[in-house]
Design a protein around this ligand. Structure first.
Ligand code: PEP
Ligand code: MG
Length: 776
C-alpha cells in the first residue's frame, strides 16, 4: 500500500522518499515501481525483465523530482502560484504555467542529484552516449493515467550538461498549460502528481516500424509487421507507406510480404532533432526486412504477448543488424478508437428495434438464428446471433461460435450473462420478445453495453470486443483492496489472468460440470466416478495454473434442479416449484454424500499436487451447522480440514445475520453472493425480467446486511469479499471499499474499471485522513 505522509508542508508518496533512490536502472525496475518511474519507465523495466532487447536506460525517479522540489524550497511557491487559477481562462492559464515552469527551470538542481545523474550517464557508456530523455508522469491513484504527450521528450541529447538541462526541462513540463488544464479537468490533485524521467540510449534505427503481435481486430495468431527505412516515426506518423509482413504464429512462417514504394525516411539531424529526407531510388522498392528479421521480431512479439497475456502493439528498430524493442503496449488505441468513431457515426441513423439489459459489452453484427429448443443448436453457425428464451449449459458449445447473444428472459446474473461475459461475446438479456420479434436470417447489430439491438449491419461482423476488453484491463494500478476475478469456464482463465487480477474470488464449478452434459448422478450411477473427478480436477487445474501463487476460491456445486434436468441423468431431478429456493448449493451436497465426495476427491488431488492456493467455498449456507457438516464430510474424506482454506458464501440473509457464529466455527473467509443475497432479501427473482427494475443491489436492507457482516469479519480478522455481480459495479465497489471490504471479485470485463474505482476510493480515504490530521 502507498502510505501518505507529510513532508515539506505537503503530501507526498510516503514509502517513496526514504526507500526509493534517485536513480533506478532498467534491470531493477518492475511494474510495481510505476509510482516511482511512471508508466513508460515501468513498461521498459518489465520488457527488459522478460529478456526483450530494450536499449540501455535508467530512470531519474519521481522521488528525485520530489527531493528537488523540497531542497530548492519551490514547491509551495509553485502550487500557490496557480492555486486559484481558472483553467478556462486561457491567458491566465498560460501565464501561470509559464511562471511555474520558470520556477522549476531557474531553481538550482541539488548537487547530489546532479552527481547521481552524471554517474549513471557515465555508467551507461564511457563515451558521451546519445540519449533520449523522456518525461514519464505518474499519479499515485492512477499511476498510468493518460498523461501521455503532455510532458516533453528530448531526443538526441549528448553530454552531461545537455542531459542535466533536459531532465530539468522534463520536470518543468509537468507544469505546461496543457498538463495543468488536463489535470484540473480530470480532478487530479496536482500535489500528488509526480514526474520521472527516462534516460535511454537513442537508437538511430536504420530500419524501424511497428508490429501487432496478433490480428488487431479478430485476435487471430497472425503477427502483422510494418517497417520502413530510418526512424520509426515515419511509420507511426504515417509519412510513408511501409512494407507489410504477415507472420503466422501457427505455422511459424512468413505468410505474406507486401513491398511498398518508400519515398521518404526520418533520420537524426546532427545532435538535435530529426529530419525528413528522400529515400534514394535504389532503396525505395527494396524489401526492408529479411525473413530472419521478420521471424525474430515475431518471436519477440510473442514473448511480449505471452507475458502480458494481451495482444501487443510493439515499436521496434534495427541498427547494425541488432533488433531493439522500443515500446510495447496493449492493442487498444488504434483499432478501438476507429471502431468507436465509425460506430457512433453510423448509429445516429440506425433504427433501434429492440431493447434489453446490456449484459456483456461489445458490438457485433450478424444474422439471427432463433433457437427454441436446445436440440436445434446444430443449426447455429460461426458469426450468427443467437436468439433464445434463455441459454442453458448445454448451449455453451453454440454460444462459443456466435457473434452475439440475445435472450427473452434473465437479468445481469443469468446464465447467458455470466457465460457471455466470460466468452467475451456481446449479449443483451431480458428483451422479453426477442424470440418473437426477430426472425431467422435477419441482419442485426447488437450493442451489449447499452442493451440495444439495431436493424442491419453497422459494424464489421467480427468480435472486436474481446480485444477491447482485454486491453482495457491492463494491470497497472496497485490497490490495497485485492481486486480478484470471477471465472466460470476454464477457457476464460487466460483472459481472466490477463487482467492481472489478484486471484480468483469465485470459480463456479457447476458450469464445468454442466458443460459435460451429464449430471454428477449419471457418473455415479454408471460407474464413471473417476471420469467425473478427472474432469473436475483438470478444469480447476487450468484456472490454478493461470493464477500461480494467487488465491483461487473454488465453489462446490451450486446448480439448481432445472439446470440439471436437460442433461443425461437429469430425468430424475425433482420438479420444483421454485428451483431458486430449492435443492441446490451446500444443502444438496450434504444430502448427496457421493456427489460431494467426488468433488472433494478432485480437490484433494490438487492439494496433493501442491496447489496450496486452492481454497474451497460453500454456497447457499444458511446456518453454521451446514458449514460444520460439510467440514466433517471433508474430514471423513481424508482432508486435513484445519490446514486448508475453507470459507462460505454469504448469499442468504441468515448467513449475514449469523456471521459471528460462522466466524466462531472457523471459516477462513466469507464472500457476498449478492446475486442471491439481493433476491432473498428483497423477494425479487433474479431471473425474472418483469421485476428486474426492482432488483436493487444497493437497497438499504442489502447494504445493511453487507455492512454488518464486513464489520464482524474485520473484528475476527477474516477476509471478507464479494463475488456477486454487484462487485462489478464501480459505485458499489467504491461503497464496499469505504465500508472496509478486503477484496472484490469482479467479472473479467469489469476488472479495469473496478481496479480504478478501488484505487480512487482508497486514495480519497487516505487523503481525507491526512487532511483531517492537518486540520487538527
Ligand atoms: C451470487 O449469488 O452472487 C453468486 C455469485 O452466485 P451465483 O451467481 O452462481 O448464484
Ligand atoms: Mg449464488
Amino acid at each position: 500500500m502507498i502510505i501518505i505522509k507529510q513532508e515539506g508542508g505537503k503530501i507526498i508518496s510516503g514509502a517513496s522518499m526514504k526507500d526509493v533512490p534517485n536513480i533506478l536502472w532498467l534491470e531493477e525496475i518492475r511494474k510495481e515501481d510505476i509510482v516511482s518511474v511512471g508508466g513508460k519507465g515501468a513498461s521498459l523495466g518489465e520488457m527488459a525483465s522478460i529478456g526483450l532487447p530494450v536499449p540501455k536506460a535508467f530512470v531519474v525517479t519521481a522521488q528525485a523530482f520530489r527531493r528537488f522540489l523540497v531542497e530548492t524550497a519551490i514547491e509551495k511557491k509553485i502550487f500557490a502560484s496557480y492555486e486559484r487559477l481558472d483553467v478556462e481562462d486561457n491567458e491566465a492559464l498560460e501565464k501561470a504555467a509559464e511562471g511555474a515552469k520558470t520556477m522549476v527551470l531557474k531553481a538550482k538542481m541539488p548537487a547530489f542529484i546532479k552527481d547521481e545523474i552524471r554517474h549513471a550517464y557515465k555508467k551507461i557508456s564511457a563515451e558521451d552516449l546519445i540519449v533520449a530523455v523522456r518525461s514519464s508522469a505518474t499519479a499515485e491513484d492512477l499511476p498510468d493515467a493518460s498523461f501521455a504527450g503532455q510532458q516533453e521528450t528530448y531526443l538526441n541529447i549528448k553530454g552531461e550538461a545537455a542531459l542535466l538541462e533536459a531532465v530539468q526541462k522534463c520536470w518543468a513540463s509537468l507544469y505546461g498549460a496543457r498538463a495543468i488544464y488536463y489535470r484540473a479537468k480530470q480532478g487530479f490533485d496536482d500535489h500528488t502528481v509526480n514526474i520521472a524521467v527516462v534516460v535511454q540510449q537513442l537508437v538511430h534505427s536504420e530500419k524501424a516500424g511497428v508490429m501487432f503481435t496478433s490480428h488487431p481486430i479478430t485476435g487471430e495468431p497472425l503477427t502483422i509487421i510494418e517497417g520502413s527505412w530510418g526512424l520509426g516515426e515515419a511509420v507511426v506518423s504515417g509519412s510513408v507507406s511501409p512494407d507489410k509482413y504477415i507472420f503466422d504464429q501457427r505455422s511459424e512462417k512468413v505468410d505474406d510480404v507486401l513491398i511498398s514504394n518508400k519515398k521518404v525516411e526520418i533520420i537524426a539531424d546532427g545532435d538535435h532533432g530529426t529530419k525528413l529526407v528522400d529515400v534514394p531510388a535504389a532503396r525505395q522498392d527494396t524489401q526492408v526486412l529479411s525473413t530472419a528479421e521478420i521471424t525474430k521480431l515475431a518471436m519477440y512479439g510473442k514473448i511480449a504477448e505471452n507475458h502480458y497475456g494481451i495482444p501487443q502493439d510493439v515499436e521496434w528498430g534495427i541498427v547494425n543488424g541488432i533488433i531493439y524493442i522500443l515500446q510495447s503496449r496493449p492493442i487498444t488505441t488504434i483499432g478501438n478508437k476507429k471502431e468507436a468513431k465509425s460506430m457512433s457515426g453510423q448509429k445516429q441513423n440506425a433504427k433501434i428495434i429492440l431493447q434489453g439489459q446490456g449484459a456483456a459489452p461489445g458490438i457485433a453484427s450478424g444474422r439471427v438464428v432463433v433457437i427454441r429448443d436446445v436440440k436445434d443448436t446444430g443449426s447455429v453457425k460461426e458469426g450468427d446471433i443467437l436468439v433464445t428464451k434463455m441459454t442453458s449449459p448445454d448451449m455453451v458449445p453454440a454460444m462459443r461460435k456466435v457473434a452475439a447473444i440475445i435472450t427473452d428472459e434473465g437479468g445481469l446474473t443469468c446464465h447467458a450473462a455470466i457465460v457471455s461475459r466470460e466468452l467475451g461475446t456481446p449479449a443483451v438479456v431480458g428483451t422479453k420478445t426477442a424470440t418473437h420479434v426477430l426472425t431467422n436470417g435477419q441482419l442485426i447489430t447488437v450493442d451489449g453495453e447499452k442493451g440495444l439491438i439495431y436493424e442491419g449491419e453497422i459494424t464489421a461482423p467480427a468480435k472486436p470486443a474481446q480485444v477491447v476488453q482485454m486491453a482495457a484491463a491492463a494491470p497497472h494500478i496497485i490497490t490495497a483492496t485485492s481486486v480478484k476475478v470471477n471465472v466460470s469456464i476454464p477457457e476464460a482463465a487466460a483472459r481472466a489472468a490477463a487482467t492481472g487480477a489478484d486471484g480468483v474470488g469465485l470459480l463456479r464449478i457447476e458450469h464445468l460440470i454442466l458443460g459435460l452434459n451429464k449430471t454428477p448422478g449419471w457418473f455415479i450411477a454408471n460407474n464413471k466416478e473417476e471420469d467425473f473427478v478427472r474432469e473436475l480436477h483438470d478444469g480447476i487445474k487450468i484456472v490454478l495454473d493461470a493464477f500461480p501463487g494467487k488465491p483461487v476460491w473454488v465453489r462446490t456445486l451450486d446448480a439448481p434442479t432445472d439446470e440439471f434436468r436437460n442433461m443425461m441423468g437429469g430425468e430424475n431431478e425433482p420438479i420444483e416449484h421454485n428451483p431458486m429456493l430449492g435443492w441446490r448449493g451446500i444443502r444438496r451436497d450434504i444430502q448427496s454424500p457421493d456427489q460431494f465426495r467426488l468433488q472433494v476427491e478432485s480437490f484433494k488431488r490438487l492439494w496433493k499436487e501442491g496447489y496450496d492456493n486452492l481454497g474451497i467455498m460453500f454456497p447457499m449456507v444458511s446456518h453454521p451447522d451446514e458449514f460444520l457438516a460439510a467440514k466433517a464430510m471433508m474430514m471423513a474424506c481424508g482432508v486435513d480440514v484445519d490446514n486448508v482454506t475453507l470459507g462460505i458464501m454469504i448469499e442468504i440473509p441468515a448467513s449475514a445475520i449469523m456471521i459471528e457464529d460462522f466466524l466462531k466455527c472457523g471459516i477462513k473467509f466469507a464472500s457476498f453472493g449478492t446475486n442471491d443475497l439481493v433476491q432473498y432479501t428483497l423477494a425479487i427473482d433474479r431471473n425474472n425480467e418483469n421485476v428486474a427494475d426492482m432488483y436493487q443491489p444497493q437497497h438499504p436492507a442489502v447494504l445493511h446486511l453487507i455492512h454488518t457482516a464486513i464489520q464482524m469479519c474485520r473484528a475476527y480478522d477474516v477476509e471478507c469479499s464479494i463475488c456477486g455481480q454487484a462487485g462489478s459495479d464501480p459505485k458499489m465497489a467504491s461503497w464496499l471499499v469505504e465500508h472496509g471490504i478486503a477484496s472484490i471479485s469482479a467479472n473479467i470485463d469489469a476488472i479495469a474499471k473496478i481496479r480504478e474505482a478501488v484505487a480512487r476510493t482508497e486514495k480519497r480515504i487516505i487523503l481525507e485522513a491526512a487532511r483531517n490530521r492537518d486540520a487538527e
